[in-house]
Design a protein around this ligand. Sequence first.
Ligand code: PGA
Length: 252
Amino acid sequence: MRRKMIAGNWKMYKTVTEALALVQGLKTKLIDIDDVDMVVAPPFTSLAMVYQAIQSSNIMLSAQDLYYEKEGAYTGEISGGMLKDIGCQFVIVGHSERRSLFGETDEIVNKKIHAALNAGLSAIFCLGESLEEREAGMTFDVVNRQVRAGLAGCGEKEMKNIVMAYEPIWAIGTGKTATPAQANEAHAYIRHLLSGIISGQGAEQALILYGGSVKPSNAAELMNQPDIDGALVGGASLTVESFSEIILSSRG
Ligand code: PGA
């Protein structure tokens, strides 16, 4: 039985003060939860303070991105080692907003996954098709390409520190959610792909999160699907009420 994970991607929202208020609220509300892995991904500017606030709590810290070099003259960039140093356990890699707005290719995503693992972080590896690709019947081709390219050079050992996140682009921030059946179909396909890439129990044990307009009203139904192991939540992770409701409804 795989443990559920619910991660909140705060994107470019929340000042430090707002971030601390949110995380304090979550800490109080979720104090008794020990059967779901809970992760928050604030903007870089709040990571260190949020880390202090979640000390000795059941909430874990993720960054939203990293650069793949260890250090150097890369103005504006942040390395995996720097994120590890301030208490991050996870980092989101390959989010569709990074891919579409900031030109991240599969090759860059792959480098970032390796950089995250080399720094001792776990990667939350995002992928998913656009509306045009789905309508053209290319969903599986796109997912296949993204999974293989993103995981190039990764085997059973690496997969222990990689969480997959299937996020159909047409469902992100649009209010349109994939139906539980559509999402589960993609997740089952990803698990099938993983079984060809990693040996042993790796594919069976891998966590595959769903992302794209997850909210309190649809979370339970999505989380009940056999191949959906949790959620990467954007908009609905920005308030204590909606994020904790999603976590509570993921417990089954
Ligand atoms: P959303 O975002 O929940 O606001 O659709 C999900 C994501 O981008 O990870």
